[in-house]
Design a protein around this ligand. Structure first.
Ligand code: SF4
Ligand code: SF4
Length: 328
């Protein structure tokens, strides 16, 4: 592919990317995870130790109680369940009537000490969003580690037995992301509705599994995906590919417009990707934000403009991409 410069993402915008009212609080509890997937934008793994502290957890609980406009508390990591504060944050969100999402890798339920998670999720009506990047074992194991597909299947069957995917109050969604490219034959995720239908047919027929929604997510060149692309000398061409697929209709729906993303140290970002790339959210005066500052100001609406970078092309390519799947 011809090497041309990437157009700065901000040049594609016809008006500044402003924040709307905040309705989603996404908390990244830390980098501890029982897996170490090749595409992980968090670079999480069993050897990582960074996690929420009791002090920041307390501040987040105060934040959850204080702001009724937060409708969804979205817990991610690492494996959020392994990191300090998971149970406390779930309890605070439930006590204030908010929806709780856990971004679960499913295999954690088979790690000693975590076997009670599925029952506890069902009891608290936690929405489970689980990565299953393919319905074929080889592809999943290549990306996530040997045996991960089989454990994911067992975990989904377990969730189904508890009513997930059947009872309207027990939602389990799956996440698809494409295999990492090894040549310049780049592609975006297949169309979400069609792929969801294929997943549903295959998983029901072969494993008796039912689930609610499939979310297709583009691999953003961040974290291990970025390292992989750099190793293969594909980083610049992948960004160019994403830019060539820019779809202006996605801008209205970008997840960063409605959410705050918090790291384990209590710093505030516009999204989890910016968090991983150390691009903090800023006030109109250029000040960075922390949970402490939000509490002191008694407001979640201190950010006028979302901070963007070249990897934002991943969210705006084709049908768009977000933690909730395609955008248009
Ligand atoms: S992608 Fe998810 S399950 Fe895999 S290492 Fe990263 S945080 Fe863990
Ligand atoms: S990476 Fe995506 S969600 Fe994050 S700021 Fe860029 S466009 Fe928004």
């Amino acid at each position: 592919m011809l090497q041309t410069a990437i157009t700065p993402f901000s040049n594609k915008l016809t008006s500044p990317l402003t924040k709307r009212g905040i309705s989603v609080l996404q908390i990244n509890l830390g980098k501890r995870c029982n897996l170490a997937c090749t595409h992980c934008h968090v670079e999480a793994g069993p050897k990582r130790t960074e996690e929420l502290s009791p002090e920041i957890c307390e501040q987040l609980i105060t934040l959850i109680h204080k702001f009724p406009e937060i409708q969804i508390v979205d817990l991610t990591g690492g494996a959020p369940e392994m990191n300090y504060g998971f149970k406390q944050l779930v309890a605070a969100a439930k006590a204030t009537g908010k929806q709780v999402i856990v971004r679960s890798n499913l295999t954690i339920y088979f790690v000693e000490g975590f076997g009670d998670l599925p029952e506890s999720f069902a009891k608290n009506q936690i929405r489970v969003v689980a990565s299953l990047p393919c319905y074929l074992a080889d592809n999943v194991d290549k990306m996530r580690g040997t045996g991960v597909f089989d454990e994911s299947i067992k975990a989904l069957q377990w969730l189904n037995q508890l009513g997930y995917g059947k009872d309207p109050s027990l939602i389990v969604d799956l996440v698809f992301n494409p295999q990492l490219p090894s040549s310049e034959k780049f592609s975006l995720a297949p169309e979400q509705t069609n792929l969801e239908r294929d997943y549903k047919v295959f998983l029901k027929e072969h494993f008796g599994i039912v689930f609610n929604n499939l979310f297709t997510i583009t691999n953003l060149p961040v974290g291990r995906t970025k390292l992989h692309l750099e190793r293969k000398k594909l980083y610049a061409s992948y960004l160019q590919f994403l830019e060539s697929k820019f779809n202006a209709n996605t801008i209205e729906h970008l997840m960063c417009r409605d959410e705050l993303s918090i790291d384990y140290l209590g710093n505030v970002y516009d999204c989890d990707f910016n968090q991983m790339m150390n691009l903090p959210a800023k006030t109109a005066n250029g000040e960075t934000l922390t949970v402490t500052k939000l509490l002191e100001a008694d407001s979640l609406d201190l950010i006028s403009e979302v901070q963007t970078a070249a990897y934002c092309y991943g969210c705006t390519a084709g049908c768009g991409s977000s933690c909730g799947g395609a955008l248009v």
